[in-house]
Every structure is written in C-alpha cells, then in structure tokens.
Ligand binder design. Structure first.
Ligand SMILES: Nc1nc2c(ncn2[C@@H]2O[C@H](COP(=O)(O)OP(=O)(O)OP(=O)(O)O)[C@@H](O)[C@H]2O)c(=O)[nH]1
Ligand SMILES: [Mg+2]
Ligand SMILES: [Zn+2]
Ligand SMILES: [Zn+2]
Length: 399
C-alpha cells in the first residue's frame, strides 16, 4: 500500500517512495568526494541558502541509499519538495501534525512556548514520554527565540510576522516517544509533531490562505485558540489589573475566526461536503487567569488536573461543560452550536499559558513583561493531551 505523507516542514504531500536523500559528504575509499553547493529546493521553498551536499533520488521506502556521485551510503532522507532532512524513521512511524491557529494576539506564540516547555519537563515525567526537538534548527530556535526570551528574560513575544511577508517560517518539529508497554503494547511508539506558529493576520489575508489551507489539510488535529477578552460579555468581567486588548475588528472576533476555519476546512474536503468535518478540533480559551475571579469556587478549571499517566476523560468533560456555560455568560453561545453542526469531534478548553497577567507597559518604563510571580500555567497541556489521546498515542481513562 502506498503511504501518503505530509512533510512536517513545508506541509507538502508525497508518497513514501518519493523521499529523496542527501549525500553525507565524506571522502570515500575510491577518493571521490561530493562538494557542497546551494540547494535550490531549500532556497526556493524555505529561503535556506546554506551550502549542502547534493540531494538525489532513490527508493524512498528504504532508510538509506548510495550517492550516485561518490558511491557512499547515506541515511539522510529528505522531503522531495523543500529538501528538509526528515526526522528519523519518518514514514515508518506515526507522524502527527497539529495545527495551531487563532486570531491576532490570541496568545498563540506564548501558548506554544509554554506548552513545549511543559511537554519537555512535567508532561514527559507524568506520561513517561521523551519529547525532543527533531532537528538542530528546531532545538536552537526553540531555546533562543521562544524559551529563553520568555522564561529567562521575561519578555513577551513580538507580533508574529505573516508567512507571506518573507520566507516560509520554519515550523517547530518535535519527536514524541512513549514506551508502548504503558499502552499494553510491546514497542516504543514514536510520533513526529509539527507546530507552526501562525501569525494571526494569516487567517485574514488572502495571500496566506493557500499556505493555511495546506497547513490545515496536513493536520491530523487542530487547536484553535480564542481570546475570551474579545468576547462582548467577558470584557466587563475582568479585574482592574488586566489591560484589555483593543477590541478586534469584526473579522478577528472569536465567532468569525471559527467561521473562517470552518469555511477553509469545508472547501478543502470538497467531495465529502455533506458529512461533518472529521479532523478533531480542540477549541481553547486562552488568558483564563484574567477571569479566575469570576469563576465559581468549584470550577473544574481551578481544580488541579489529575496527575496520572493517562488522559482523564471525566475531568476533561467537566471542563468542556463548564466552558460551554461560560460561553453563554460571555455572549458566545453560538460558538458551541457551530462546532456541533460542523465537527464530528470537538472539545472546549479553558487555559492560561502565563497564569498571571503581564506587568508594566502603559505609563511604566519599558514594554510589558512576565509577572514577577513567574510563569504558572493553568491546564495549558489539556488540548494537546486530548488530541494525543484521540490519536491513540497516549492512554485514555474513560469517565
Ligand atoms: N493574562 C494573560 N495574557 C496573555 C496570556 N497569553 C498571552 N497574553 C497576552 O496576549 C498578548 C499576545 O500574545 P501572543 O502569544 O504574542 O499572541 P499571538 O497569538 O502569537 O499574536 P500574533 O503573533 O500577533 O498573531 C501577550 O502580549 C499578552 O499580553 C496569558 O496566558 N495570560
Ligand atoms: Mg505570535
Ligand atoms: Zn517539505
Ligand atoms: Zn556524494
């Protein structure tokens, strides 16, 4: 059976046998040696002009191939479109793409930074999984551009630049390995996870729609981040210490953002129009720390999430129903109906990546920063864990 794969770097679709190889560039016994040069695919698709050893075609179903120029065996496998080196065992292991989307300033960059930090530390201990950047570039970029600026310098990210404004931004690609014995199976199960930090404006600008469509088409699951502070009924509820974001243009308000995502997904799946959308969607309300004071004492959002090595369905459903009620209060009742009509599987979440309001800004010196209480996330991993449990990648405890 021919397997169709999606590149975790450029989201292009290809058959496994089309995977290409890159010469490892050593000197062979025959004395032949390949020279590095600019790789046209890497340059044109990813804007990567570095010198690389030559790429060549061979049977992509194999894990290695012999370079036709220097006769040396190489294990470096490439996406046929962008020529990014594919993670180990790509095509042989499950690869799960999770698309993260949301309007401008809904908190996507902070969410992804804190989620990955939690995954590499707390979640990996809780679930007995190993989470690692799949390539050097991801590891360096995550540490430098995301983790250390938020966690060490306490600075909030700048607006994420639109993908159409320059070269295609590289997604963050991670490998997630779980000891399958925990799932009653015998081997280690690896997944490749690809997160793409979209710019909010990519959802509204038509230039970026093509990229977004490819991104959504390749996704096995979607996390849609919505900002409760853009909901009419929620804005008057926040305390004085919260600097309300400017009310978004109509097109960037949660109900419209969901509508646009539904539109993209329906157009993509063209043929199966009459059915509901099959991709699971986690709809998460960010910045919940700003609304904690308005929640009842027994709110499941405030409860410590269970610490077992499995996804707790009862706990998650309690949060889901609670958010559904909150939506009525926030005057966003229609959201949950829209989800029910269009999606086979959806779940609501309430979370906070920072856990505390940022401080400073307006009047104070310098830009707004992470609060001196530090980063204390609330249920930030729930949507990701739900999707992973839906994929069968982590065990689920039924309620
Ligand atoms: N109180 C609170 N504010 C948050 C939280 N997460 C994000 N914010 C606020 O929202 C702003 C935007 O967050 P980003 O993560 O940059 O949002 P984004 O969705 O990546 O924005 P674009 O890149 O412009 O699309 C931050 O500067 C914070 O002021 C949170 O967990 N709690
Ligand atoms: Mg951003
Ligand atoms: Zn690619
Ligand atoms: Zn060679």
């Amino acid at each position: 059976m021919a397997t169709t794969l999606y590149c975790p770097y450029c989201y292009d679709r290809f058959a496994e046998r089309k995977i290409e190889f890159r010469c490892a560039g050593r000197v062979s016994v025959t004395g032949k040696v390949c020279k590095p040069k600019v790789d046209r695919n890497a340059r044109d698709v990813m804007g990567d002009g570095q010198l690389r050893f030559p790429a060549f075609e061979a049977d992509g179903r194999k894990l290695n191939a012999t370079c036709p120029h220097c006769d040396l065996v190489t294990f470096i496998r490439l996406c046929p479109n962008c020529h990014s080196a594919l993670p180990n065992y790509f095509g042989k292991v499950d690869s799960r793409m999770i698309a993260l989307i949301g309007a401008k300033e809904s908190g996507k960059t902070i969410f992804i930074t804190v989620l990955l930090h939690e995954m590499m530390h707390r979640i990996s201990r809780q679930f007995g999984v190993a989470v690692l950047g799949a390539d050097d570039d991801t590891r360096l970029r995550y540490e430098k551009d995301y983790e250390s600026s938020l966690y060490e310098q306490g600075s909030l990210p700048d607006v994420t630049r639109s993908a159409s404004a320059g070269r295609l931004r590289q997604p963050l690609v991670f490998s997630f390995a779980i000891d399958r014995r925990r799932l009653g199976r015998t081997r280690v199960d690896r997944s490749v996870l690809s997160f793409f930090d979209t710019a909010g404006e990519d959802l509204t600008h038509s230039d970026s729609v093509e990229l977004n469509t490819r991104y959504l088409a390749s996704a096995d699951g979607i996390i849609l981040l919505l900002d409760p502070l853009q909901m009419r009924g929620a804005r008057p509820l926040v305390g004085d210490d919260t600097e309300l974001p400017v009310r978004a243009d109509a097109g960037d308000r949660p109900e419209h953002v969901l509508g646009r995502v539904v539109g993209l997904l329906e157009r993509m799946s063209g043929a199966s129009r009459r059915g509901k959308i099959k991709k699971p969607i986690a709809v998460a309300f960010s910045k919940m720390d700003t609304l904690l004071g308005t929640l009842p004492e027994d709110s499941p959002i405030l409860a410590e999430p269970p610490g077992d090595a499995c996804f707790d369905e009862a706990d998650s459903l309690a949060v889901h129903r609670h958010v559904e009620q909150l939506l009525h209060k926030w005057q966003g009742g229609g959201l949950s109906e829209t989800l029910g009509v269009h999606f086979e599987k959806y779940r609501l979440f309430g979370l906070s990546a920072l856990g505390n309001n940022p401080v400073g800004g307006a009047g104070d010196d310098g830009p707004r920063r992470v609060s001196h209480h530090g980063i204390q996330p609330i249920r930030v991993a729930d949507p990701f864990l739900w999707l992973m449990s839906e994929f069968g990648a982590i065990p689920k405890k039924r309620g």
